[in-house]
Design a protein around this ligand. Structure first.
Ligand code: ATP
Ligand code: MG
Length: 567
């Protein structure tokens, strides 16, 4: 686990970001240098926190230049795995993160005709040919790192024959797999990627945008760099696994005659997070096999899942800034993300009270019709949050955990004979315990000390504990989901089967929780801190009348401890 990349004790320079340094240096030399980047997702899944790193980087670079911009381009060259649901969710998520792309949404499929024309050009110049071997033969002929490639028997087809076959491929005259178009580069190159890579394959599949117009589809490698060139992208930022594609991308640009200035590729290390999987294939499986309740399940590391969990976009942006950008692969500790979530929510949320596992308390020395309304601040340190009226009457609920019949020594909450303070109210003392037939505690009988209402006991006695509570009559019923990490393994990807490391207790669904009345109006997506319990967010699907809360995160900050140890 690497932590030095995001050491919170670093100076003002902030975390390293070598790509930003490079662009800033360029702008120092030429302040009007164009900086046009793009975020190029494949619409075959939802965006996740790893994509957020790429989004923050690309949009961040564009923001450095006065005339900078960042395009959103769907790399939609694979019709069988793509779907408009993903196209829509990706746009929603980028905007929710706080970014706006330049101009219209773009699609690689908008460039299919241009790519086709360029392919014809390459054929005419003898730089591409139609191969009619089977896929098996193609793979075998390409060789590998140890074995040289073998030229295809079709490699020396005439230009006329190649043009004829390719045009008929485009016209839909052939079946899937009958022919492919290959670049004619070098079958004996040390670089396997340069051994006559595929440019087109026949795929008689319906495309979510072009419909049935195209029976052939460009390979990603052929579409990607050319799409950047068409859009005038200056900085093609991608993750390290594309480093060995760079010579091929440059070969294509040379071959079609794109001169400088043209896109230049820079690679960076993708984000890996502990206790998390970020491969779309694995996330797909979680959804498809119902290990979670969909792409936006609050346990998912997707942007939609994080949003539903109540994670503020600002926390994701701050996290992306903090982890920096480097070329070295590493695992980022998920507690760093959690730290930023707490920082954001700590600054922005009201403090209110709710009881997750209610235990009824009768304040038996109060009259049946007793009622006070307490003016309680929403934030104990920041008056700008305002206050709300908190009703209190003879019956209240407290947290079951805040009572122990036979407590250990330092249990400063409620126990028979023991006193505790009710938040914003008075001291109560437990004078009786009511149990059901099975011996379970069903109610506490307590006395209320009016002398201590909002003030210290006049006799100077010390009471250490303060607990949260909710008035029984005024309480709002709620369903509350408590989430934990989805995986128990620090690196689920290291397991033979990542699913074997799923946390069987990643969600606890509580019913019959009791919230203070001010929460009846909590709007979907809005967050509060329930005192002592954590930060919670009203579920996006909350129907009117029923309050449903998701716990975003508990209050305890593991990262603060890690950081303290390092200093
Ligand atoms: P996966 O490998 O999980 O299928 P992907 O890289 O194929 O993801 P794309 O839709 O192609 O997903 O990603 C769009 C952009 O986001 C790419 O530029 C890619 O490099 C970047 N990206 C994807 N995953 C990460 C990550 N974990 N960290 C940083 N950038 C990422
Ligand atoms: Mg990809």
């Amino acid at each position: 686990m690497t932590t030095e990349a995001h050491d919170p004790t670093r100076g003002d320079d902030g975390p390293p970001n070598f790509i930003r340094d490079m662009v800033e240096e360029r702008l120092r030399q030429r302040p009007d240098a164009p900086v046009l980047t793009r975020f190029p997702p494949e619409p075959n899944g939802y965006l996740h926190i790893g994509h957020a790193k790429s989004i923050a980087l690309n949009f961040g670079l564009a923001a450095l230049a006065p005339q900078g911009g960042c395009n959103l381009r769907f790399d939609d060259t694979n019709p069988t795995t793509e779907d408009t649901e993903y196209v829509e969710s990706i746009q929603r998520d980028v905007q929710w993160l706080g970014y706006q792309w330049s101009g219209p949404v773009r699609y690689a499929s908008d460039y299919f005709e241009q790519l086709y024309q360029w392919a014809l050009q390459l054929i005419r110049e003898g730089k591409a040919y139609v191969d009619s071997q089977s896929l098996e033969e193609l793979r075998e002929g390409r060789g590998n790192f140890h074995a040289e490639g073998r030229p295809s028997p079709y490699r020396d087809r005439s230009v006329e024959e190649n043009l004829d076959l390719f045009q008929r491929m485009r016209a839909g005259e052939f079946e899937d797999g009958q022919h492919v178009l290959r670049a004619r580069i070098d079958m004996s190159s040390k670089d396997v990627k340069l051994r006559d890579p595929l440019m087109y394959r026949i795929r008689r599949a319906h495309h979510h945008r072009t419909g049935d117009a195209w029976p052939i589809y460009p390979m990603y490698d052929w579409a990607h760099g050319q799409s950047d060139a068409i859009e005038g992208i200056t900085h093609s930022i991608c993750t390290l696994e594309f480093q060995n594609h760079r010579p091929l991308y440059d070969w294509f640009l040379d071959a079609i005659g794109v001169a400088e200035p043209r896109p230049h590729q820079t690679e960076f290390a993708r984000l890996n997070l502990t206790y998390t999987v970020l491969s779309k294939r694995k996330l797909q499986r979680l959804v498809r096999e119902s290990h979670v309740d969909g792409w936006d399940d609050p346990r998912m590391p997707t942007i939609a899942g994080l949003r539903r969990r109540g994670v503020p976009a600002a926390a994701i942006r701050a996290f992306c800034e903090r982890i920096g950008v480097a070329r070295r692969d590493g695992n980022v500790d998920v507690s760093l993300l959690e730290h930023h979530i707490r920082e954001e929510l700590n600054a922005s949320t009201r403090r209110v009270m709710g009881v997750l596992r209610p235990l009824k308390v009768t304040l038996e020395n109060l009259p049946d019709d007793f009622q006070v309304t307490i003016d309680a601040p929403y934030h104990p340190e920041d008056p700008s949050f305002g206050a709300r009226p908190l009703p209190l009457s003879r019956e209240i609920y407290i947290e079951r955990d805040d009572f122990m019949e036979d407590p250990p020594k330092k249990f400063f909450r409620l126990a028979p004979g023991q006193e505790v303070r009710l938040r914003y109210a008075a001291l109560i003392r437990c004078v009786g315990v009511v149990k059901d037939a099975s011996g379970e505690v069903t109610e506490l009988r307590c006395t209320w000390d009016p002398e201590t209402f909002k003030k210290n006991p006049p006799d100077g006695r010390k009471v250490k504990g303060t607990i949260h509570w909710v008035d029984a009559k005024a309480a709002v019923d709620a369903h509350v989901n408590l989430y934990d990490r989805l995986f128990v393994a620090e690196d689920p990807n290291a397991a033979d089967d990542f699913l074997s490391t799923l946390n069987p207790r990643s969600v606890e669904r509580l019913r019959g929780c009791k919230l203070e009345p001010s929460l009846a109006q909590l709007l979907p997506g809005h967050s509060v801190q329930l005192e002592r319990l954590g930060y919670f967010c009203a579920d996006l699907d909350s129907a009117p009348g029923a309050v449903r809360l998701n716990r975003t995160i508990t209050l305890k900050d593991a990262w603060a401890k890690i950081a303290a140890r390092q200093t």
